[in-house]
Write a protein that binds this ligand. Structure first.
Ligand SMILES: C[S@@+](CC[C@H](N)C(=O)[O-])C[C@H]1O[C@@H](n2cnc3c(N)ncnc32)[C@H](O)[C@@H]1O
Length: 297
């Protein structure tokens, strides 16, 4: 016999905190290694919202995971000064930025005029506007600088002109950043601030799979094998301090060895950074956590 449905009394259920509204927000730059493609596979690995104190993302880039998780308290950092300046300007001077972005032109002359401007001689707002415009119109959304730190990526050839900015998205991004601490910082300095109860998501420059596939230059300093070793060391220290972390990288023998003893899982992602379409296939990704992966008790 089927039991009759009994109305559930809400009298003895403690009032839940008002649910936070999720915002439709996504990266405002195209970024090499952007995690948009891998999000659905990473998602089950993240600790549930509300189970950690602060969220740290020390290799921020386009911030796909931050926009996906929308944590209450975030500490966001990256070594790329132009990128971090753009985040700060979106948070603090959105209207001025929107006005400046709307003045850009889709022409080749304008691209090279803007590229030749010296960021250090511009206001914070114009500097962010230059960065976002160049990111959308440059070849493949690459960020590459010469030995003097000057951006030197040529203009891309686009059949459909790229959309430089989406005002509604930038508004949501600005709102989400209101409670975020943002800074230009090396990952090791950022990690030293994380402690018990914090959660750290790490998406470092990947260890190259071959000698020619070495896209590791997001800033004028490259991320070498010795940096991968130091990062693993820093994560062992972080683990001992009682923070949780999730790191993704290529699935290589070196990385498996460096993270031995933690939980290792494998996922595949379609990475788009290679300019040759035939080399853009699925690549195995290693997901490392210092807490049990989904499905394990
Ligand atoms: C793989 S990308 C992150 C991509 C990002 N998760 C996304 O969804 O777009 C790696 C980032 O690390 C930054 N980076 C490189 N070396 C660094 C270092 N030593 N400390 C902090 N950030 C660094 C680069 O500027 C780059 O933005």
């Amino acid at each position: 016999m089927q039991a009759a449905a009994v109305p559930v009394s809400t009298d003895d259920v403690p009032a839940a905190a008002a649910p936070r509204q999720r915002l439709a927000a996504s990266p405002f730059v195209k970024w090499a290694g952007g995690k948009g493609q891998l999000l659905s596979q990473l998602d089950p690995f993240f600790p549930p919202d509300g189970t950690y104190h602060r969220y740290f993302e020390p290799f921020l880039g386009g911030g796909a995971v931050f926009f996906h998780l929308q944590p209450q308290r975030a500490v966001l950092s990256d070594l790329n000064e132009e990128l971090i300046n753009a985040y700060e300007v979106i948070r603090d001077h959105l209207d001025e930025l929107l006005a400046s972005l709307s003045r850009h032109q889709p022409t080749e002359e304008h691209y090279y005029f803007v590229r030749n401007l010296q960021p250090s001689e511009l206001t914070k707002v114009r500097r962010a506007s230059r960065f976002i415009y160049l990111n959308k119109w440059c070849y493949n959304g690459l960020y590459r600088v010469n030995s003097k730190g000057q951006f030197n990526v040529p203009r891309g050839r686009y059949k459909t002109p790229p959309r430089v900015f989406d005002p509604a998205n930038l508004k949501s991004v600005s709102q989400l950043l209101q409670h975020a601490h943002i800074g230009v910082e090396s990952y090791d300095s950022a990690l030293s601030k994380a402690g018990p109860g914090d959660f750290v998501y790490l998406d470092p420059p990947y260890q190259p799979l071959s000698a020619t596939a070495n896209f590791t230059r997001y800033t004028k300093d490259s991320f070498e094998e010795s940096d991968q070793v130091q990062l693993a060391q820093a994560l062992h220290d972080l683990d001992r301090r009682g923070a949780r972390f999730l790191l993704n990288n290529h699935d290589t023998l070196l990385l498996r060895r460096l993270y031995q003893g933690f939980n290792l899982s494998v996922a595949t992602a379609n990475r788009m950074i290679n300019s040759r379409a035939d080399r853009r296939g699925g690549v195995a990704e290693l997901i490392v956590t210092n807490y049990p992966p989904p499905g394990e008790i």
